[in-house]
Design a binder for this molecule. Structure first.
Ligand code: FAS
Ligand code: PHB
Length: 408
């Protein structure tokens, strides 16, 4: 990427730059894409609205699928992940007053890894900056144009206040659900599929040693709870709450009391408690936009789809999208062939819809829908008992949760 001669706009200097791929967004999708493209010598520029510190501290996902771990390790950004990530054989489902371990390694020979999304982001930014790849943080006023031409442009204001125009051959929309890329596509070209759930997750990060060795999903008469972790000293815990829950209605003691009540296996059960380092409420929705492409704009990750986090799919889907996009772009820039680019959306959507169904299924099985009658509760328990007693059913959950191979 080289800044071309600065063009002078009336009253302001506008710097014109050129690259092959303009990437909007430095979350998992944008950063993994930049990493994969740079490895094949494809020039790309990453534009990020937030500061480097903000994106590196933002607490979100926690579970990496097997294919995600493999991709990060195979492409040279998995060192800390291998040293600090927690490899887990599977997950636990807690219901009927008992724990039910689903041992993925025994079932299908694949494990999962607990490693915070912000750690993945840190590793990728470090690799990107070490390779001299440009990342513009704290950009503003990002505007896309010419998406239906061979020379799309991304106009933006840099963190230094300089107006810039980034001319590219391709734009990757990796700017998440609330970004500007998807809205840049004329609505007549997109079909939206959406479900909102009548509950949300209240999540905390606490300096407290996890009491359970695996990620544990609890189905209880009081509602869903999830006990996860980030290390042997840091717990990541979630409670099902109302869809518009106010965080200030949940002081620490109420959160701990409710978590203990929902996760309790017996009267003596008690979580380790400790200072709450971060808290937030995450709304639950299923969302897909089709196609994931418009002209030279390719949408990836949350910019194109959202899943309820019950299946731990969000970040992993983002990585899977850009693994497909990077392969297609490599072929395009090497040979001019557009067949893989033309097949990008359809190929990604097969995996997206599989993950959408799995995430919806896990969410429906584990959460108490407000107003659910006894019939619905019996169906949920029947499903939980089946998936923890049948090898076939357990294998199905295991292969979906640990991640289906790319391209499937
Ligand atoms: P991201 O949203 O991560 O990244 C998009 C980036 O684009 C952001 O850095 C944003 O600042 C930037 N951006 C936005 N607009 C821009 C603009 N105009 N110009 C430039 N940059 C712009 N998934 C799980 O699997 N498990 C979880 O527990 C979980 N918890 C979550 C909690 C919250 C609060 C949220 C919001 C999501 C959670 N997710 C979870 C899903 C999450 O992990 C996403 O799936 C994942 O971040 C998707 O990665 P990206 O597609 O890169 O989008
Ligand atoms: C997490 O550790 O943050 C986590 C684990 C499993 C999920 C969602 C989030 O399904």
């Amino acid at each position: 990427m080289f800044p071309a001669a600065a063009a002078v706009k009336k009253g302001a200097r506008v710097e014109v730059m050129r690259t092959q791929v303009a990437i909007v967004g430095a979350g998992p999708a944008g950063l993994v894409l930049a990493h994969l493209l740079s490895r094949t010598g494809i020039d790309c520029v990453v534009l990020e609205a937030r500061s480097q510190q903000y994106v590196e501290q933002r607490v979100r996902a926690g579970v990496l699928e097997h294919p995600t771990v493999q991709l990060l390790c195979d492409t040279g950004v998995g060192r800390r992940l291998q040293e600090e990530g927690l490899s887990h054989r599977g997950i636990r489902l807690r219901f009927d007053g008992a724990d039910h371990l689903l041992d993925f390694v025994a079932l299908i020979g694949r494990s999962i890894t607990v490693y915070g999304q912000q750690e993945v982001v840190k590793d990728l930014i470090e690799a990107r900056l070490a390779a001299g790849g440009p990342v513009f943080f704290e950009v503003g006023g990002v505007r896309l144009s010419g998406l239906d031409t061979d020379e799309p442009e991304v106009a933006f204001t840099g963190g230094d206040g300089v107006e810039r125009i980034l001319r590219a051959e391709v734009v990757a929309g990796c700017d998440g659900f609330h970004g500007v890329c998807r809205p840049s596509v004329p609505t007549r070209h997109l079909q939206v599929f959406e479900r909102e759930y009548p509950f949300a997750w209240l999540g905390i990060l606490a300096k407290a040693a996890p009491v359970q060795p695996e990620v544990t999903y609890a189905y209880s008469d009081r509602g869903f709870a999830l006990a996860s972790m980030r290390s042997t000293e840091i717990s990541r815990l979630y409670l099902q709450v109302g869809p518009d829950e106010a965080l200030d209605a949940w002081p620490d003691d109420r959160i701990w009391e409710e978590l203990n009540a929902r996760l309790a296996l017996d009267a003596g059960f008690a979580l380790n408690e400790g200072p709450v380092l971060e808290r937030g409420v995450t709304t639950m929705r299923s969302f897909v936009v089709e196609p994931m492409r418009y002209g030279r704009l390719f949408l990836a990750g949350d910019a194109a789809h959202i899943v309820p986090p019950t299946g731990a799919k969000g970040m992993n889907l983002a990585v899977a999208d850009v693994a497909v996009l990077a392969e297609a772009l490599e072929r395009f820039f090497a040979t001019g062939a557009t067949d893989l680019l033309d097949g990008y959306s359809e190929r990604c959507l097969r995996r997206v819809w599989r993950a959408e169904h799995f995430s919806w299924w896990m969410t429906s099985m584990l959460h108490l829908t407000p107003g659910a009658d006894a019939f619905e509760r019996r169906l949920q328990l029947a499903q939980l008992r089946y998936v923890t007693s049948s090898q076939a059913a357990a294998k199905s959950l295991a292969e979906n949760y640990s991640g289906l191979p790319y391209g499937s």
